[in-house]
Design a protein around this ligand. Structure first.
Ligand SMILES: Cc1ncc(COP(=O)(O)O)c(C=O)c1O
Length: 406
């Protein structure tokens, strides 16, 4: 968890102004993540307006920078934790255990025992062996069955790894849990990440309703539906169509289930647009006549071992913006990271005006699955986080439901 200090800025200072000030000090060796807490607060306001019935449990795996997590804690969200380490990070902020879901269907026994010791009751499962383990080590836990419902429009599929089939397999698991006298309280799914697919949420909510009915026959009156993550977080993509379809599906399939609570596990929704990364060109090379075209390679101080793992491995889009746009004619360009790895390239075949060594490239919408994954392969420094919040947002956070502590 990055403990970067929070800079409180006047309300009329923009993030562009902040970046200008940072660059006045000269180029840094390390990439800089400018984290804008105002953006996180705005995102939360939109979520609450759009999803009045769905409480967000922020997936801390997406970006665990302390200031971001503290902001969400102050705003009163819950948290999705997938490991002992994530649980500890959230509890260390004073979050009550009942605001945490241990959303990891394949838990190490040590983590299960840790959850028990720390009073975290809500957790997911998707298989018989996990139920046996829970029976042996934490039979009082409140269990959420994760079923598989994949979107085919996402760039990060999760269903191949986790989630039982929602048909006979789910029923067999519910029956087995009943035999073990375990306390199943709800269902969850995750359609996958990074698409524009509100339709899959609707489909998964419909399947959930069928499973709620089947569970009742088995003897479980379920009270929780967790609709997972997968909501877009890049500016300017709106979540309105998601809200429209999800709220409608909740209304349609759960209108006679007032006792059912709805939660979600958004990660990238909260983190993506909050971060702009400042990088610069360290080297460049012209490849003449590559397949009949001119191609230029730029080597910058950030790459797949820094902020861009997801761009390199999951085709997550990146958004390069030139700090000082120039009018040179555009050239076909690739952007490489600084390491010696031949896979360390995260932006291919884009048209950019020709850049010089030292030119600054900003990457907007870079807060999700970036800093959390960064490592120091090849001896290059980790990205450095600088946190900013305007005075008025800071004051509001102090007065927020849980209040910010510093
Ligand atoms: C169980 C679970 N919940 C939530 C998330 C967050 O997904 P997203 O960042 O797309 O909202 C993930 C991402 O991997 C996940 O595995």
């Amino acid at each position: 968890m990055d403990n970067a200090e929070t800079n409180i800025i006047a309300d009329n200072i923009s993030i562009q102004d902040v970046i200008g000030q940072i660059l006045e000090d000269g180029l840094a060796e390390d990439p800089i993540h400018v984290l804008n807490l105002d953006d996180v607060v705005k995102k939360h306001t939109v979520w609450m307006q759009q999803f009045p019935r769905v409480k967000p449990f922020y997936a801390i795996k997406c970006n665990d920078t302390r200031a971001l997590v503290e902001t969400l804690e102050a705003l009163g969200t819950g948290f999705d934790c997938a490991s002992k380490g994530e649980i500890d990070k959230v509890l260390a902020l004073g979050v009550s255990p009942n605001r945490i879901i241990f959303a990891q269907p394949a838990k190490p026994i040590a983590a299960l025992l840790h959850a028990k010791k720390r009073g975290i009751k809500l957790m997911t499962f998707d298989g018989k062996h996990e139920l046996d383990k829970i029976k042996n080590h934490y039979p009082e836990a409140d269990l959420v069955l994760r079923f598989r419902y994949d979107s085919d429009q996402v760039f990060a599929q999760l269903g191949r790894k986790f989630g039982c089939d929602p048909g006979p397999e789910a029923l067999a698991l519910l029956k087995y849990a009943k035999e073990l006298q375990l306390n199943v309280v709800g269902l969850c799914f995750h359609i996958g990440s990074g698409g524009n697919d509100w339709g899959s949420f609707e489909g998964a909510i419909k399947v959930s309703r069928d499973l709620f009915d089947a569970a009742k026959v088995i003897g479980y009156d379920l009270t929780l539906l967790d609709i997972g993550g997968g909501f877009p977080g890049a500016k300017p993509i709106p979540i309105d169509p998601y809200a429209e379809h999800i709220n409608r599906a909740i209304e349609k399939y759960f209108s006679h289930h007032e006792h059912v609570k709805f939660i979600a596990e958004p990660g990238r929704y909260y983190a993506t647009s909050a971060v702009t990364v400042i990088t610069h060109v360290q080297s460049k090379r012209m490849l003449s006549e590559e397949k009949g075209k001119e191609l230029i390679y730029y080597y910058i101080n950030d790459g797949i071992f820094g902020s861009f793992y997801s761009a390199g491995h999951e085709n997550q889009p990146v958004y390069p913006v030139l700090w000082k746009p120039n009018k040179n004619s555009k050239l076909l360009s690739w952007i490489w990271g600084p390491s010696c790895d031949g896979l360390d390239v995260f932006c291919k075949d884009i048209n950019l005006p020709e850049l010089d060594i030292g030119d600054v490239i900003l990457f907007e919408n870079a807060g999700a699955y970036s800093i959390v994954i960064a490592n120091q392969f090849n001896g290059f420094p980790l990205p450095r986080v600088k946190v900013y919040v305007t005075q008025s947002t800071w004051k509001a956070l102090k007065k927020a439901p849980e209040g910010i502590s510093r």
